[in-house]
Design a protein around this ligand. Structure first.
Ligand code: TMP
Length: 215
């Protein structure tokens, strides 16, 4: 089972990935936590380039190709082996982020981005995607609190530095994507506190499907 978490900055994805991982392990499932960009050693180097606030002059196409390079390494090194051994994969961001950030927001052709994913990654998609949705003002406030209190790295702020119109576009882009694929997406209200968000995720995962049995 391949589960991804998406949302604007400060939505709380990383916390919820860790909590769901603990839930699955405690219930006897094999689970791995990973992320994009930076789920592999090589991806870690690519992540530093992508999120460095000094690289504010990066071309959108450069950005797209670096995220795609990170994904190539990640799919082959982590995701495919985990899928073959029937583990649950909990991934903090994946391809939907490329569609929304590089497509909708940076203005690259979403048809091209989809075609690229189909051609080089055989259109590998998650079984379930949790979209942690909240207002950008709240998300950014949380993200900057984490950066200022040291729980997030202050040299990875290239996207947090973007203006509020950028983050509003990201939110809308994600919501539109979620509505276009209702079978895969679960929209979670991420303005709630961490415990409520966690409960909503667990309920949504268990509710009305047998996916947990397939792990
Ligand atoms: P995060 O790990 O803190 O979520 O940071 C990753 C950043 O990279 C976040 O701002 C979203 C962005 N991103 C893209 O622009 N495109 C992508 O394909 C992915 C995976 C992330």
């Amino acid at each position: 089972m391949f589960i991804t978490f998406e949302g604007i900055e400060g939505a709380g994805k990383t916390t919820q990935v860790k909590r769901l991982h603990a839930f699955l392990i405690n219930n006897g499932y094999e689970s791995i936590m990973t992320r994009e960009p930076g789920g592999t050693r090589i991806g870690g180097h690519i992540r530093s380039i992508l999120l460095d606030p000094q690289n504010s002059d990066m071309e959108p196409l450069t950005e797209l190709l670096l995220y795609t390079a990170d994904r190539a390494q990640h799919i082959n090194e982590i995701i495919k082996p985990a899928l073959s051994s029937n583990k649950a994969i909990l991934c903090d961001r994946y391809f939907d982020a490329t569609l929304v950030y590089q497509g909708v927001t940076r203005g690259l052709n979403t048809g091209l981005i989809k075609k690229l994913h189909e051609t080089i990654f055989n259109n590998l998609k998650p079984d379930i995607t949790f979209l942690l949705d909240l207002a950008p003002e709240l998300g950014l406030q949380r993200a900057w609190n984490d950066i200022n209190n040291g729980s997030r790295k202050n040299h990875e702020t290239r996207f947090e530095n973007e203006n509020s119109a950028f983050h509003e576009k990201i939110r809308t882009g994600y919501l539109e994507l979620a509505h276009s694929e209702p079978g895969r997406f679960r929209i979670i209200d991420a303005s709630k506190d961490q415990d409520h968000i966690y409960q909503d995720i667990i309920e949504s995962l268990i509710e009305g499907n047998s996916l947990l049995q397939r792990v």
